[in-house]
Design a protein around this ligand. Structure first.
Ligand SMILES: Cc1ncc(COP(=O)(O)O)c(C=O)c1O
Length: 399
């Protein structure tokens, strides 16, 4: 079956969704899994010993195993369910950051980081009197690893970066960054929010200390995210959210905490989200990264060619660098929000603004831009509508 037909939202043929980097659309199999869960298995995992509780516990833990295999983590206990990438990074900042980063220490961030991987570290740096430094870029948008090597030192406690920039689509080199960080005694957090829809990450092989991602960017429902951490690190970290099911014993004045992963999963969990995520991973594996990349790359190249041909559009699309299917652009002389507004009239959804990456936008000296991002369900018709809409922008603004 044509892939687009597997996503019910595209029953509306006037919808031309080019914002997969913001959130992916959901295939029928994932929608079905949520309904199946509530119709058959809904209980509160770990709270009781009757059938529905056991069913929901099994589904939750099986989903954890699916994520473990997806990331090639050594143990399923190293997979923590959260709400999102943002919550995963906050967990790490409040727990690892406030516990292990101290006065005079340094945190190195990629200049391409999303605010979700900047603001929590600013909180830690302010509270603990630590310093934040950034890895800057070559002309092609890739990390300048010499700049990174120059900045890193024994004072660096953590290097936190995006595997893929959500603005430029450039893929950053995980293995090299990890090696340089580890040679200097620093831990590494990989923000994989924009990566895992496009390529696999093997946390064991790449020797990654922490990794965060959101299900909703990967065909799964909103409200489910993952923090991966090496067991020996997670075990040393204090809890982040305190409450039910993350404890061992509670007395009137004191509590002891459950082993990982429960220590980090206080309160009732998003079981249908975890189940939906495991179905989404199975769906993604069923298509395969080769096919996903081929479809996205062909559309990206078609769109790039046509955007450049228009003559009134600036694309921020560098050559000679590994990238995923994302194109940032501006219509010359028109604000990105105005462009996106007119495109919406054609059913074309693109992101506009600063993309939650203001330090990067300042660094690149681009106040705002549009971003078209491609998913496996897009087709040539979506690109053609984008171009038609942009011609209308030219007409409206008399360019
Ligand atoms: C690279 C990157 N990191 C983090 C996030 C935040 O993800 P969420 O809003 O799902 O927490 C995003 C969202 O766009 C992102 O692109």
């Amino acid at each position: 079956m044509e892939i687009k037909k597997e996503f019910p939202i595209f029953d509306d043929e006037n919808l031309h969704y080019l914002d997969t980097a913001a959130t992916s659309q959901k295939p029928q199999v994932v929608l079905d899994s949520i309904e199946r869960y509530y119709k058959n298995y809904n209980g509160n995992p770990g709270r009781g010993s009757y059938k529905l509780v056991m069913d929901s516990t099994r589904i939750f833990e099986d989903s954890r195993k699916t994520v473990q295999r997806f990331l090639n983590a050594k143990e399923k206990e190293e997979i923590i369910f959260t709400k999102s990438t943002t919550e995963s990074i906050n967990l790490l900042a409040y727990s690892f950051g406030l516990e292990f980063i101290n006065e005079g220490d340094e945190i190195i961030l990629g200049i391409t980081n999303h605010h979700a991987n900047i603001v929590p570290w600013q909180m830690v740096a302010k509270k603990k009197k630590a310093k934040i430094k950034y890895i800057y870029l070559h002309e092609n948008g890739q990390f300048d690893l010499d700049d990174f090597k120059y900045k890193i030192s024994r004072r660096t406690k953590l290097v936190a970066f995006s595997a893929v920039s959500n603005v430029t689509g450039v893929v950053h080199p995980i293995d090299e960054v990890v090696e340089i960080a580890h040679n200097n005694g620093a831990y590494v957090l990989v923000d994989a929010a924009q990566a895992l829809l496009h390529f696999p990450i093997d946390v064991l092989k790449s020797n990654i200390d922490f990794l965060a991602f959101s299900g909703h960017k990967l065909f799964a429902p909103m409200g489910i995210g993952i923090l991966y951490g090496k067991r020996q690190l997670l075990e040393k970290m204090p809890p982040f959210l305190f409450g039910g099911d993350m404890i061992e014993f509670v007395t009137e004045q004191n509590s002891t905490f459950a082993p990982i992963p429960n220590k980090f999963e206080g309160g009732t969990q998003n079981v249908e989200g975890a189940y939906g995520l495991s179905e989404a991973i199975n769906y993604l594996n069923g298509i395969g990264y080769d096919q996903i990349n081929k479809i996205e790359h062909d559309l990206e190249m078609k769109a790039l060619f046509e955007l450049r041909n228009l003559g009134f559009v600036t694309t921020y699309h560098t050559e000679n660098v590994e990238r995923v299917g994302v194109i940032a652009f501006n219509v010359n002389g028109v604000h990105s929000h105005d462009v996106a507004f007119i495109l919406d009239y054609y059913g074309v959804g693109v992101r506009s603004g600063h993309h939650c990456a203001q330090p990067l936008m300042n660094y690149l000296e681009i106040p705002s831009c549009c971003r078209a991002s491609f998913g496996v369900y897009n087709d040539a018709g979506d690109v053609e509508k984008l171009i038609e809409g942009l011609r209308k922008v030219k007409e409206v603004f008399k360019l």
